[in-house]
Design a protein around this ligand. Structure first.
Ligand SMILES: Nc1ncnc2c1ncn2[C@@H]1O[C@H](COP(=O)(O)OP(=O)(O)OP(=O)(O)O)[C@@H](O)[C@H]1O
Length: 767
């Protein structure tokens, strides 16, 4: 019998349980869900209500396994667990499900499993926090225990005794777990519980355990996932639709979830805060911030999918997905393919911003075949010019920055405009007479580039922005004429008004937004009509490693009121995250729009070892120690290991040492890793957007991180010193937050000043 319109969803966490089952059982589950959707009442499925539960049912997967399902409505079912037959009926009274009153999401808890796996777990560590010396110290939740008589050690103090049942419930802890929470006395037990508990319960407990104040947890962890409307705890159907019920429904997703090992959970199970951002209808440009690994790229990809699903049918590509460089664009393409296949890709243009700019310029100026030079080459040209002129009052890098950031950055086209131009963020005052001199030098410089037949990426971006802005103006003028003429038909296309002219894209999604140049923003703004859901930007200013600080509002991109933040890291452990945060020091960071932004609430529910610090005597010893460390890791796939160093020369030297030890290595070039297998080695700049199981950062020595030239500016150019120090910190922060499971930091001689706080709490392991 077919034709029934049955919805079958899978609750997250049930999928984790399923992943652990033997392969044939997974196959059986796939067949089961297919049969179930065709007809839940077919005899073979033996669907029956469980005793004592009005919504919980069991159905037969195979001889041994049973699926437990919640009936949300007549033909709407949710798989909450797949268990061995004998484990289902023995403890019926221990299966609990409810609608969380805070989030409005459905939560399922098997108290029997929790009891066995959590409270009876071996207690290997005492109730004390794992890292007694760490900076964001896990607050001992309870008052210090009275010293007990030596013969009779005091019973371990419960971890959460400090908070009342009501307080925990208000934070969103699942009520059925409150007695279990009250009994937790060790970190191992807590981590065990987090594994089985509903998402919010786990996040709340870890945040409290890590020493966060109650009100901060309420504001940073609970409030972002609280249901906006009053929750009816009996309405499971409504609950299933809320983002707090993390489920999948589609056949394809279910199949992938069952296929196992390589299954990307990110494709299917979004965190409620992520899901909200993906599906929201924005009245204009929107921005998503958040620390490393919080899934900003994942949100950008899902957003693209969401936007494409709402497009009218067609063959064109009205959605642009763009990012900082070629390597990252290639990565976005492969992840988008994984998320939505060729059908999705066929509606999306994926290009990095410089490529877009170059295409725009070449389209308008087909004869322009100038060679493109990078920033380092441009600075060298400045130096040659200054040498030739015998000019020693100006510094080549300063002039290049002034040219790119003030003159090109603000599209300054005349000396008079330059006299009036704002130099925000540039530091130091430049007098009118000095501006006159700079202007003259800039003119000579651009003539020199013209003569050499070269152009810089900054020039291309600026030219592209001008062209696109002019194009947008023509479109707007045309729109006005259409309106005045009472419709398109009344316009004569042949009159040169360009009746064909359209905005290039309907929606633009930008990843790594913190590093785009002002000209890029002007170009992107002009490529899409100011409309609902026009621009969606994700990025983290703590990870800005280039000079391009912008105020989006001044570039015509108004994100006010449409800015949000993700704060749960899916990549790295709590231990690595905490250490990485110390690298940022007390710097302040912007929100891309002239105000400041912090990483408050940034957290992880993953746990692992604390990072190791290694102090060596010289660079050669450092390289040998790295090789030895990698050898000690045995047979793990080497592509999961990366080494980040400060300079290109150090990349080659590390590769050489690894080769001497018979360890294959490959360099990460501007277009990504060059080759297939081996340990990835690159300068810190190359690691933007990537992630590795084991991350090594080497050469974190004073004079290298930051470079000595930066520190020299302390007195000569304090404003520039500050911005360069901040970028150098961010670079180290980016490198450290690429790590999933382990982080090892090496240096020789004096450590980088950025390591100061970290060394205080974590003394180096080798000398
Ligand atoms: N909902 C999710 N479920 C499972 N995994 C997720 C989820 N969201 C993100 N991840 C995983 O977390 C990791 C980091 O995600 P992503 O690269 O999107 O973070 P990001 O915020 O863009 O990081 P960065 O700022 O460092 O570039 C990836 O491995 C991704 O697959």
């Amino acid at each position: 019998m077919t034709g029934k319109n049955v919805t079958l969803r899978l609750l997250d966490k049930a999928d984790r349980e399923i992943l652990k089952l033997p392969r044939p059982v997974k196959g059986a589950i796939y067949d089961f869900q297919h049969k179930f959707k065709t007809n839940p009442d077919s005899a073979g499925l033996r669907l029956k209500q469980l005793q004592g539960h009005d919504k919980l049912y069991s159905a037969r997967v195979n001889d041994e396994y049973r699926a437990l399902l919640l009936r949300l409505a007549d033909d709407d079912w949710l798989i909450v667990s797949v268990k061995h037959r004998k484990d289902v009926y023995a403890h019926l009274d221990r299966l609990t499900y409810s609608v969380n009153r805070v989030t409005g999401g459905i939560e399922y808890v098997d108290l029997q499993v929790v009891q066995e796996e959590v409270l009876n777990s071996p207690v290997s560590r005492a109730a004390a926090p794992a890292e007694p010396a760490a900076p964001a110290e896990p607050a001992a939740p309870a008052e210090p225990v009275e010293p007990a008589r030596p013969a009779e050690p005091a019973a371990p103090e419960p971890l959460f005794a400090k908070w009342s049942e009501q307080q925990l419930t208000d934070l969103g802890v699942a009520p059925s777990l409150i007695p279990v929470v009250a009994a937790l006395t060790t970190e191992d037990q807590l981590l065990g519980l987090v594994e089985y508990a509903p998402q919010l319960t786990g996040e709340v407990l870890l945040a409290l355990y890590d020493g966060k104040a109650y009100d901060d947890v309420l504001e940073q962890v609970t409030a972002p996932v609280a249901a906006p409307e009053p929750v009816d705890p009996e309405d499971f159907r409504a609950a299933a639709e809320r983002p707090a019920t993390i489920v999948t429904t589609t056949d394809e997703a279910l199949r992938e979830a069952l296929e196992g090992e390589d299954f990307g959970r990110w494709k299917v199970f979004l965190h409620p805060t992520q899901a909200k951002l993906v599906t929201r209808d924005y009245s204009g440009p929107a921005r998503v911030g958040g620390g490393p690994g919080t899934g900003k790229t994942i949100v950008a990809l899902h957003r693209v999918k969401h936007l494409v699903e709402r497009l009218p049918a067609g063959r064109n590509k009205p959605v642009l997905l763009t990012t900082y460089n070629k390597n990252l664009a290639a990565d976005l393409r492969s992840r988008l393919l994984a998320l939505g296949g060729e059908t999705l890709l066929s509606r999306v243009e994926i290009s990095h911003v410089d490529q877009l700019a170059l295409r725009t310029v070449r389209e308008a100026e087909p004869g322009n075949r100038k060679r493109i030079i990078d920033e380092a080459q441009a600075v060298r040209e400045w130096r040659s010019l200054l040498d030739e002129l015998g000019e020693d009052r100006w510094d080549a890098e300063f002039l290049n920055d002034e040219w790119t950031q003030v003159i090109l950055g603000q599209a300054v086209t005349s000396r008079t405009e330059y006299f009036r131009a704002r130099r925000a963020g540039r530091g130091g005052t430049v007098t009118r007479a000095e501006r006159a001199e700079i202007w003259q030098l800039v003119e000579r410089f651009t003539q020199r580039l013209d003569r050499l037949g070269v152009q810089t990426w900054d020039q291309i971006a600026e030219r592209a922005a001008q062209l696109e802005v002019a194009r947008a103006r023509r479109i707007q003028a045309l729109d006005r004429r259409r309106e005045e003429a009472g419709g398109l038909d009344n316009i004569h296309v042949a009159d040169g008004s360009g009746g064909w002219l359209r905005y290039r894209y309907r929606h633009i999604v930008v990843d790594e937004a913190q590093d785009l140049r002002p000209a890029h923003w002007k170009m992107l703004r002009a490529m899409t009509a100011p409309d609902r859901n026009d621009l969606f930007l994700v990025g983290d200013t703590h990870q800005r490693i280039y000079k391009n600080q912008v105020t989006l509002g001044s570039l015509g991109i108004n994100i006010r009121g449409r800015s949000s933040k993700l704060s749960l890291s899916y990549r790295t452990t709590r231990q690595i995250l905490r250490s990485a945060l110390t690298l940022l020091g007390d710097e302040t960071y912007d929100d891309l729009d002239g105000s400041s932004e912090t990483l408050a609430g940034y957290r992880s529910v993953l746990s692992g070892a604390v990072p190791d610090l290694h102090r060596l005597n010289d660079w050669e010893e450092e390289r040998e120690a790295i090789a030895a460390l990698i050898e000690s890791w045995g047979q793990m796939p080497h592509e999961q290991i990366a080494i980040a160093v400060p300079t290109n020369l150090m990349v080659s030297e590390v590769m050489k040492t690894l080769a001497q030890h018979g360890i294959r290595a490959l360099e990460i070039g501007p277009d990504g890793p060059r080759g297939d297998s081996g340990v990835h080695v690159g300068t810190m700049f190359r690691f933007k957007g990537l992630e590795y199981q084991r991350m090594i950062i080497a050469g974190v020595t004073d004079g290298l991180v930051p470079r000595a030239s930066v520190r020299q500016r302390r007195t000569t150019d304090p404003a520039r010193y500050r911005t360069e120090m901040q970028r150098a910190r961010s670079l180290l922060f980016v490198a450290a937050t690429r790590a999933r499971d382990s982080l090892d930091i090496f240096w020789h001689g004096e450590p980088s000043p950025f390591l100061k706080e970290l060394i205080k709490v974590r003394p180096p392991v080798a000398a």
